[in-house]
Ligand binder design. Structure first.
Ligand SMILES: [Fe+2]
Ligand SMILES: [Fe+2]
Length: 360
């Protein structure tokens, strides 16, 4: 098998007239279209077999933004496969400007959703390679958006995988299945990025020896491993460091390479600007981390330490960083060191951006 493909995640496409400048502080939404254009330009030189887009395709599910992306993807010379992110289907019913949950497949019929009655699909994307794409957005009885899989999806998945035992499987889903941050499932800031019933999904993936999961949502570059299952999460094109991945299946390995958009015609110093933008907005975010479990620091202490951690989130988003804050009390320093690119024995393991994983 010799296959070359790319992943770009969390495009958050927003046409200028739709931009909500009050939205998420780390996002550079106004650059979503130029950023995608630069990536597509690079990808056009690579003779790709396909492109994966693991969700958050649009700013907030706007019809015009979905339509713009649908048209753009239709011009590409290679197949594209998508899955909805929480921002793509923000409500069950939609409204004048945003799509309804069940409208999503209709916009992406050419990009995986041949069957527009379902939000999950599977298809052979190269000889011997099968994509299983799962929608992880649901709504409870009150209309609140959740990140989980329904029981019928788990049944469908198991049934599907039982017929694909001779294929290599790629699973694509927006929410995180394996933790990318220490105790992510329990942390006030991290848990909403996890699939609520991740362990049910992992049990099925282990049973059918599915080894590769591709996700987005967290806007960081990270590769996490659990019982020989790898979750490759790709950062957002509109947040620092504006990464995307180019991968190859060759010599019984998955070879992963990462690239970053460092400049745009609209912004030549994107890399520096965006890193500073993230660091400048990190204070309230770090205060929340410092005052929440498990640290539970008093606010006065948190305010003292937050400036020392100014680069922390930008470094997490970048991936492959080791942390040491000797100015912090030892126990707090130890807490932040765990977020570094280390293995379970604490040894450096720089696999977030560029690595090779054996297929078996
Ligand atoms: Fe996102
Ligand atoms: Fe998301």
């Amino acid at each position: 098998m010799n296959v070359r493909f790319a992943i770009a995640s969390d495009l958050h496409i927003a046409l200028p007239e739709t931009i909500d400048f009050n939205a998420n502080r780390f996002h550079l939404t106004q650059l979503s279209i130029p950023a995608l254009e630069v990536v597509l330009q690079h990808l056009s030189t690579l003779n790709l077999d396909f492109l994966l887009l693991p969700g958050d395709l649009t700013q907030d599910g706007e019809k015009v933004n979905h339509r713009w992306l649908q048209k753009k993807l239709a011009t590409l010379p290679y197949p594209v496969y998508v899955i909805p992110g929480n921002h793509d289907v923000p409500s069950l019913t939609g409204n004048d400007t945003t799509i309804a949950f069940t409208d999503f497949p209709h916009y992406y019929q050419q990009f995986g959703y041949e069957n527009t009655n379902k939000l999950d699909y599977t298809c052979e994307i190269a000889k011997g390679l099968q994509l299983v794409a799962l929608n992880s957005n649901q709504f409870n009885a009150q209309g609140k958006q959740l990140g989980c899989l329904r029981e019928n999806q788990l049944i469908w998945l198991e049934e599907t995988l039982s017929h694909l035992q001779d294929k290599l499987i790629f699973l694509m889903i927006h929410h995180n299945v394996i933790e990318h941050l220490p105790q992510q499932s329990d942390h006030v800031l991290g848990q909403r990025y996890m699939l609520d019933n991740a362990s049910d999904l992992l049990t099925i993936l282990e049973k059918y020896q599915v080894k590769f999961i591709f996700t987005g949502h967290l806007h960081i570059q990270d590769i996490a491993n659990f019982n020989n299952i790898y979750e490759i999460t790709t950062g957002s094109l509109i947040t620092y460091p504006h990464p995307y991945r180019i991968l190859e299946l060759k010599d019984n390995q998955l070879i992963i390479e990462s690239h970053r958009i460092t400049q745009l015609p609209e912004m030549e110093n994107l890399a520096d600007f965006s890193q500073k933008w993230t660091c400048d907005r990190s204070f309230p975010f770090m205060i929340t981390i410092l005052t929440s479990p498990p640290l539970n620091l008093p606010l006065t202490e948190a305010k003292k330490y937050a400036p020392l951690l100014r680069n922390f989130w930008a470094d997490i988003a970048h991936g492959d960083k080791l942390f040491n804050f000797p100015q912090l009390p030892a126990d707090i320093n130890q807490y932040f060191q765990q977020f570094g690119a280390i293995d379970s024995d604490g040894k450096p393991q720089l696999i977030d951006n560029n690595t090779k994983i054996n297929l078996s």
